[in-house]
Design a protein around this ligand. Structure first.
Ligand code: SP5
Ligand code: ZN
Length: 378
């Protein structure tokens, strides 16, 4: 199996985030990537072929099919603006958020059009610092996404990994009959990032960016490929849900912990809207009591729903924070469960793109991710 990665993904390394009101060491560390990479490259059967993505691959057009331009400009500008305003190296964090019970916040239209005019060339265009002051809370929904000096470079590299993996899946699918799988070693992760908002360690939605690449890689006049996203991270992928909520060409299905982070989304009544009604399926599972058997039985239901949709591609948001000893999560999955999950996914017999999302128990992170991929390979 091809594994796409980038050393630039290691650059993002904020010292802290705020959890339960306190600064704590940042859980989404570069070492996570190293652990998974090592587990795959040390496979005794050498089943995994690691390939580094070309740093020159321009994925801005792919990103802008998912995220708003002002958000991407913000991500690129935020740290230097913050430092000029006297902020320190720990990175940009908001102090205040727009709130649904307050009058709706809108950026001043004059500022918005100045930002749009300056576009992605903001750094050489005009001094727009004042236009972006104090909008951190407009583009962020929690205190786990500091933007440091290296954040933009790392999140762009993560998006490049996703795009390249999608391209390779399309190429490989054309030349083989067996179910084909590729792993994108994306880090920072993506499934909490929405059209114009970061949170939960996620800045750019790598899975969503990959979905659009898969859908666009067909000759003009051909039907748009249908894609199912199976999100098996412990947390609900609120960003992926938002991005595809009214889209019937993408079926988003998530197994996640009921009542845990991100708290305000993930209920089974969220079924999509407009043409997307019926193409969003949330399956919340109880904290503390969900173990291997309950999880696998639910995954079978998800697999049935995916088969019924008849997608052309499957994208798996692969989090292993469902593990029993994960430091910030409350499911009870054991290491042997992960290869059984991979085997279930294999049974769907679809060209499959796996993207790395969460998982914070360092000791078994590599083993658990490799378990899913081993199970898929059969
Ligand atoms: C990609 C990803 O997995 N992001 C997760 C971000 C979670 N951040 C908030 C963690 C809150 C921990 N609260 C513990 C409650 C346990 N029941
Ligand atoms: Zn997670």
């Amino acid at each position: 199996m091809l594994v796409v990665h980038s050393p630039l993904c290691l650059l993002h390394d904020p010292p802290t985030e705020i959890l339960s009101g306190k600064p704590v060491p940042y859980k989404e560390s570069p070492d996570r990537l190293v652990r998974v990479r090592n587990a795959l490259s040390n496979d005794p059967q050498r089943k995994y072929e690691l390939t580094a993505v070309d740093d020159g691959l321009d994925v801005l057009p792919d990103i802008l099919r998912v995220h708003s331009e002002d958000y991407v400009v913000y991500l690129r500008r935020a740290y230097s603006d913050w430092v000029e305003e006297g902020g320190d190296k720990q990175g940009v964090l908001p102090e205040s958020f727009p709130h649904p019970k307050l009058p709706p916040y809108k950026l001043d239209p004059a500022k918005m059009s100045a930002i749009a005019r300056a576009g992605m060339h903001l750094h050489r265009a005009i001094d727009i610092l004042s236009l972006l002051n104090d909008v951190g809370g407009y583009y962020c929904f929690d205190l786990s996404c500091p933007i440091t000096e290296d954040t933009f470079e790392a999140i762009m590299a993560s998006a490049r990994v996703a795009v390249r993996a999608a391209q390779l899946l399309v190429d490989g699918t054309q030349s083989t009959a067996a179910p084909h799988g590729i792993f994108a070693l994306t880090r920072p992760p993506g499934h909490h990032a929405g059209t114009g908002v970061c949170g939960g360690y996620c800045y750019l939605n790598n899975a969503a960016i990959a979905v659009r690449c898969l859908q666009d890689a067909v000759p003009a006049g051909t039907a748009k490929p249908r894609v199912a996203i199976l999100d098996i991270d412990y947390h609900h992928g609120n960003g992926s849900q938002e991005i595809f909520y009214s889209d019937d060409s993408v079926f988003y299905i998530s197994l996640h912990a009921e009542g845990d982070y991100p708290y305000f989304t993930g209920s089974s009544v969220e079924e999509g809207e407009g043409p997307g009604v019926g193409f969003n399926l949330n399956i919340p599972l109880p904290q503390h009591t969900t173990g291997d058997d309950e999880y696998l039985a639910t995954l079978d239901l998800a697999g049935k729903a995916i088969s019924d949709y008849r997608p052309d591609y499957l994208v798996v948001s692969l989090g292993v924070d469902t593990y029993k000893d994960d430091p910030i999560c409350c499911f009870n999955l054991t290491t042997p469960c992960y290869s059984r999950i991979g085997a279930r996914i294999r049974e769907l017999r679809l060209p499959t793109l796996f993207l790395f999302e969460g998982g914070y128990c360092m000791e078994v992170l590599g083993e658990n991710v490799k378990g899913v991929l081993d199970g898929f390979l059969g």
